[in-house]
Design a protein around this ligand. Structure first.
Ligand code: ZN
Length: 261
């Protein structure tokens, strides 16, 4: 199969395109013909080298995979060859107390497809069959491949952790980013009022187009002061903060009493 791989850490110049041995699905796995694969910031970190992360080389990046199932490993009964799938990129043992409790992100063996395990920058990728989710047919391959990791992250932040509720005022920092634009849409889905921040006119327009009620230019405006002004001095009930630095300070200052960050 054709794949994009790297054998040493570095910039984009370490990526090479060429022929690689196709993976075989082991027991409990599915082999997916990749039709589209997202590019995440995580790919850049893994390629540059993360402390303590030593993937087997040559390594194939790629977390967000959509495609068609072309083969099944032993024991896989719930999928069929030819089925379209969106692959859940998170990997965990599935049997430890954390996994059993639905907290698979706390699993001792938690990982993400494309970090240690070979990912989707290839024609074929083998993944745990349990990770093959039904395909959202109304989305093109390319659009569907932009969904998994950022929406799972945003969902975890807003729904699992912050327990967003209808009527909450939610401040989404960096709404032009993958996680930010996903968070904005998840917050709207739950009936929240969304105030988005971004650093360019183009991203502010995008935020309003995909559902933000108000937008703050965080390159020029005082985010906390504007958020307070937009909520009658109350502050926001929830802040989605994934930027850090001075944005973290602004996020804390924008919170209402008993707010969730
Ligand atoms: Zn586990």
């Amino acid at each position: 199969m054709k794949a994009v791989t790297f054998e040493r850490f570095g910039g984009p110049e370490v990526l090479t395109y060429g022929e690689r041995a196709a993976p075989l699905p082991e027991a409990g796995e599915a082999l997916v013909r990749v039709r589209a694969c997202g590019v995440n910031h995580l790919d850049l970190w893994v390629r540059a080298g993360l402390p303590g992360l030593e993937p087997e080389m040559p390594h194939i990046l790629g977390n967000d995979v959509v495609g068609e199932i072309v083969a099944l490993g032993a024991g896989v009964k719930h999928l069929s060859v030819g089925q379209k799938t969106l692959v859940n990129p998170t990997l965990s043992c599935g049997v430890c107390p954390a996994c059993a409790n639905g907290d698979d992100h706390l699993c001792r063996s938690y990982d993400v497809l494309g970090r240690r395990r070979n990912g989707g920058y290839a024609e074929l990728v083998a993944v745990p069959a349990a990770n093959c989710l039904p395909y959202p047919d109304r989305l093109s391959w390319e659009k569907a491949a932009a969904v998994p990791l950022v929406f799972m992250t945003a969902w975890h932040m807003l729904v699992t952790r912050a327990r967003v509720r209808p009527g909450d005022d939610v401040l989404v920092i960096g709404a032009g980013s993958g996680v930010g634009s996903a968070a904005l849409q998840v917050a709207r889905l739950f009936g929240a009022r969304v105030i988005a921040t971004a650093g360019t006119a183009e991203k502010l327009d995008l935020a309003l187009t995909i559902g933000a009620h108000d937008a703050i230019d965080h390159s020029r405006e005082d985010v906390a002061a504007r958020a307070r002004a937009l909520t009658g001095k109350k502050g926001v009930d929830v802040v989605v903060e994934h930027v850090g630095g001075r944005m973290f300070e602004a996020a804390v200052a924008a919170l209402a009493r008993d707010g969730r960050l």
